[in-house]
Design a protein around this ligand. Structure first.
Ligand code: ADP
Ligand code: MG
Length: 318
């Protein structure tokens, strides 16, 4: 199968779904055309995923298709953006029809679940690598930045943390228990918190998605906002499955492991007060922003320097 047949069979159909939305012209031409409605800003980001670095070798292609788009879409959620469309640059070592069938099926399920339509892409041969650019929109000036946190803001996180990080310990478990299956689900099928994006944009002062671990990602907000934070370890939300599997080490997974794609969000106290239950019920307050720099966990300075900065591709895990 040649390049064009491959694109026609596995990818063009994902661009043909939607009539409405801002995508005027999908894959098949030299460029896609997106119409940005008057009064809105385009919010966009690109993510590259390399086999053996961002996902295991011989990773299930349907999981890969879902995960690749979920990870990219999570950045839109963190900005409070509404999803619109995405492009896919795919580098493949060989044409494996079954692999492509499964990959595009996973990608299609994610595309439908997140409301992100395929707008175009590029297909090349080489080591397995995926680059996805996602486009979203916000009302003009409405994008939520990392730099907006202020002393006195509350810090909250969505969902439960540490599940996907723990899942890495069980990727090749031959007979997984129900608890192991529960944490594996978080790794294989992350759900970017696009469901919260609209309300986050209305009420939050700053936000980030947790891709590298709570301490590392909260650290990015603190650095960008030039503030510090105090958080309480007993407030950090843990799933029952993670607590049972990891016991006293569960908190460490929640603080330091990534791949959860939940949100860490700051709110001015009065904004939190006025936020609707539909948002608050999805979040857990874990601490507050301080004027003094530093990240204190239970009164102990983690020392932002001592906190792992997340994954650094040129230095490895710090
Ligand atoms: P060009 O040479 O003009 O850049 P290409 O031959 O790379 O065009 O691609 C032809 C069409 O197929 C374009 O519209 C492009 O967006 C689309 N396309 C190529 N690869 C993919 C892919 N992996 N997913 C979606 N669309 C793709
Ligand atoms: Mg062209």
């Amino acid at each position: 199968m040649g390049e064009f047949e491959l694109i026609r069979r596995f990818f063009l159909p994902l661009g043909e779904r939607q009539e409405s939305g801002s995508l005027m012209l999908g894959p098949g031409d030299d460029c896609a055309i997106q119409r940005i409605p008057a009064g809105r800003d385009l919010v966009f980001s690109v993510d590259a995923l390399v086999e053996g670095v961002h996902f295991p070798r011989n990773y299930r292609p349907d999981y890969l298709g879902w995960r690749a788009l979920a990870v990219a879409a999570s950045d839109l959620a963190a900005m409070g953006a509404d999803p619109e469309c995405f492009t896919l640059a795919l580098t493949l070592p060989a044409v494996d029809e079954q692999w492509l069938e499964d990959f595009s099926a996973g990608l299609r399920r994610a595309s439908e679940a997140f409301g992100l339509q395929l707008a175009g892409g590029d297909t090349t041969s080489g080591p397995l690598t995926l680059s996805l650019q996602v486009h979203g929109t916000v009302e003009q000036g409405g994008g939520v930045r990392r730099s907006g946190a202020r002393a006195g803001d509350l810090i909250a996180v969505s969902g439960t943390l540490g599940n996907a990080g723990a899942a890495l310990d069980y990727l090749s478990e031959p007979a997984p228990s129900a608890d192991i299956l529960a944490v594996l689900e978080h790794y294989h099928r992350p759900w970017p918190r696009l469901d919260l994006a609209g309300e986050v944009r209305r009420y939050a002062s700053a936000a980030i998605d947790i891709s590298d671990g709570l301490l590392a990602d909260l650290g990015h907000i603190l650095a960008a906002s030039r503030v510090g934070a105090r958080i309480a370890s007993d407030r950090v939300p843990l799933s029952a499955a993670l607590s049972r599997l990891k016991g006293s080490k569960a908190l460490n997974y929640a603080l330091r492991s990534g791949d959860d794609y939940e949100l860490c969000v700051c709110f001015a106290p009065e904004s939190w007060e006025s936020a609707p239950e539909s948002l608050k019920s999805q979040l857990t307050v874990i601490g507050a922003v301080t004027a003094e720099p530093g990240l204190y966990l239970d009164g102990v300075d983690c020392g932002l320097e001592a906190v792992p900065a997340g994954y650094d591709h040129f230095r490895g895990k710090s």
